[in-house]
Design a protein around this ligand. Structure first.
Ligand code: B12
Ligand code: SF4
Length: 557
């Protein structure tokens, strides 16, 4: 390791840089730390994983390295989701002065292997490792890197290249998801069909004790804003709207609504310009409560990811909030809710855990993530558990992702039982509430009925867009879900039937026609998918290689 005082790279902005995510395949067990239960898929990994062919499957690019690439003037390649062979090929077919590797804690084995490969195949390269993997105490002794970067990476890389680290942040055009698949159908990827990702900031000032993103970017009271004002954000969104032809944004900010001044200014500008945008946001209950439902609807909030930690826990983000009522209200206003529940909080015991899970499920959120309470290196919780001698010594970092078993000694629940309770929570939510796609359809209908005659044309337009999908493709999906869910829970199947009838009232001809024409095809693909999944089919993201400032590099050796 080099001394902590950072020296600028001798070539400065002329240095050639490779930024890579860790290698796949991911959804399999291997010696580098891939795990079959930890695929590179957000929903199937931790939200809809028990929903069989109804699980929402999609991939997301590695946005951290895309952001860094966009904000440096050095010639830079981004290699996303490589195989080991593709990484080796890139190292040997091009000469790189700097190789940056991005990983999170579960990936430490892969980061180690990639550092080894760089030393062997490109020995003159400087190795820089960033992302959450850097939070592991003593990581310097686990991997052979020259620099290990903790926290925000754009400013670090700019500093290392001798560039202006406080220059405005340029936002890359990011299509939020790719290769989306549901009920055995791969959705077509047409321009503008998928939301764009916007990253206004990293970190969260709430500082919940288990939260790794908050801790990594400074902890309680701290975060890094890329765009301070609503004006800056609006400008970025307008540009991306025009370039990607989108009107829907996935706002990747741990607690977007917490920054009310910025959000309200954004709303003002959206109104002035007549923007009928849809925003998917992460927000804590206390932040959501800073807004009226109408403000949220006008701002285009159509999907909220919200922690539902047990009412008996002491997290300040929940203080004074009746989360059940809030969830109901949001859905009644057409806002899809993705709840997040932690299994294995300090007060959980084998006697009360089922009841706690049942009450979380009773909120009837559209989507529900369950995660094990997990002390992750770098967080206050990890420190506390280490101080108390409660961390289990032999747990592989590849298994510390909250979807397997406890990595610490819980006061009342065993490691084996932690997995049983977690798996049961996913199953029970599916069995009692039905597929998330069906719940989403319910929320869309509620929103449409409430706002279809709203005086603001932007709001009407947004709900009209949503209901169009509901009465066509989604209605065909409802037809299939109603049939297939009889095997799981007849009562839910009847509820789906009722919803379908309601949808048909809104759009009698189209809804009937699509159910009759598309329904049987979807039924066939759903059953085919069930068979494939039963035989162990998994999905992997494609590899991306993107170069920036590359021509300049070849002209100025
Ligand atoms: C999108 C996402 C994913 C995507 C995959 C993205 C990908 N292509 O790898 C999906 C959904 C598939 C995913 C999966 C998982 N994820 Co995830 N994911 C995220 C999420 C929501 C956003 C990441 C992001 O883009 N952030 C915005 C960018 C700008 O920030 P950033 O990536 O941290 O990058 C900055 C710095 O870290 C740094 N940096 C990053 N890379 C590099 C490289 C270099 C060279 C340098 C210098 C700097 C640097 O600079 C960047 C700019 O400041 C984060 C939460 C969050 N808010 O960050 C969780 C998060 C990263 N995921 C996490 C986890 C645990 C997982 C899973 C294990 C799932 C699970 N069970 O929870 C799996 C693992 C998958 C696998 N097999 O590897 C944790 C990581 C915890 C940890 N301490 O390691 C996070 C922090 C969520 C959380 N709070 O628990 N994830
Ligand atoms: S409110 Fe959410 S994002 Fe913020 S610190 Fe707590 S868990 Fe993390």
């Amino acid at each position: 390791m080099k001394p902590t005082q950072l020296e600028t790279h001798p070539k400065g902005s002329r240095a050639r840089i490779l930024l890579s995510s860790v290698f796949g395949p991911y959804a399999q067990d291997d010696k580098f730390g891939s795990r079959a239960i930890n695929p590179m898929e957000l929903y199937h990994n931790q939200v809809t994983r028990a929903q069989g062919s109804f699980s929402l499957r999609m991939f997301h690019r590695s946005w951290g390295i895309m952001m860094i690439q966009e904000n440096i003037s050095a010639p830079c390649s981004v290699l996303d989701f490589p195989t080991r062979e593709a990484f080796a090929r890139e190292l040997t077919t091009n000469h790189y002065d700097i190789v940056g590797i991005s990983g999170i804690i579960v990936n430490v084995g892969k980061v180690r292997e990639m550092c080894r490969m760089v030393r062997e195949l490109s020995p003159d390269s400087t190795i820089v490792v960033g992302g959450h993997v850097a939070a592991i105490p003593g990581v310097e002794t686990m991997i052979d890197a020259d620099h290990i970067v903790r926290g925000e990476g754009i400013s670090w890389m700019r500093r290392y290249l001798g560039e202006d680290e406080s220059a405005p942040i340029r936002h890359p055009n990011i299509v939020s998801g790719l290769r989306t698949r549901i009920m055995g159908m791969l959705l077509p990827e047409r321009k503008g069909g998928t939301a764009a990702t916007i990253i206004p900031s990293v970190g969260c000032p709430m500082g919940c004790n288990f939260c790794t993103t908050s801790a990594f970017f400074g902890g309680k009271g701290k975060f890094v804003n890329f765009y301070e004002t609503g004006d800056e954000l609006f400008e970025v969104m307008c540009r991306i709207e025009a370039e990607l032809k989108v009107h829907s944004f996935f706002v990747m900010d741990e607690n977007f609504l917490l920054h009310r001044t910025r959000a309200m200014r954004l709303l003002e500008l959206m109104k002035q310009a007549g923007k009928s945008w849809e925003l998917s946001v992460f927000a804590s209950a206390n932040a959501i409560r800073k807004y009226t439902m109408l403000e949220l609807v006008e701002l285009g909030v159509s999907w909220v990811w919200m922690g539902l930690e047990s009412p008996r826990s002491s997290y300040s983000k929940l203080q004074g909030n009746n989360v059940g009522q809030l969830t109901r209200e949001l859905r009644e206003h057409g806002i899809r809710v993705q709840g997040s529940t932690i299994i294995g909080l300090e007060h959980h015991t084998p006697d009360n855990i089922a009841e706690e899970i049942e009450s979380a499920i009773a909120y009837q959120t559209d989507f529900h993530q369950f995660m094990l309470y997990t002390p992750v290196p770098g967080t206050p919780l990890y420190q506390e558990m280490s101080d108390q001698g409660r961390m289990l010594p032999d747990v592989d970092f590849a298994d510390v992702h909250g979807q397997f078993k406890f990595n610490f000694r819980h006061a009342a629940i065993s490691r084996e039982d932690s997995k049983r309770f977690l798996d049961w929570a996913f199953w029970r939510d599916f069995e009692r509430n039905g597929p998330s796609l069906y719940r989403m359809c319910q929320t869309i209908l509620l929103g449409w009925r409430r706002y279809k005659n709203h005086p603001d044309a932007r709001v009407r337009e947004r709900f009209a867009r949503e209901v169009k999908k509901l009465s066509s493709a989604y209605n065909a999906a409802l037809w299939v879900m109603e049939r297939e869910f009889k095997k799981v829970n007849r009562t839910v199947s009847e509820r789906i039937h009722k919803l379908r009838r309601e949808v048909q009232k809104e759009s009698p001809v189209i809804a009937r026609l699509t159910a009759a024409s598309l329904g049987p095809i979807l039924l066939w693909s759903t059953r085919r998918e069930e068979n494939r999944l039963a035989k162990g089919r998994t999905y992997e993201p494609p590899t991306f290689l993107e170069r920036r400032n590359w021509v300049v590099a070849t002209e100025t050796p």
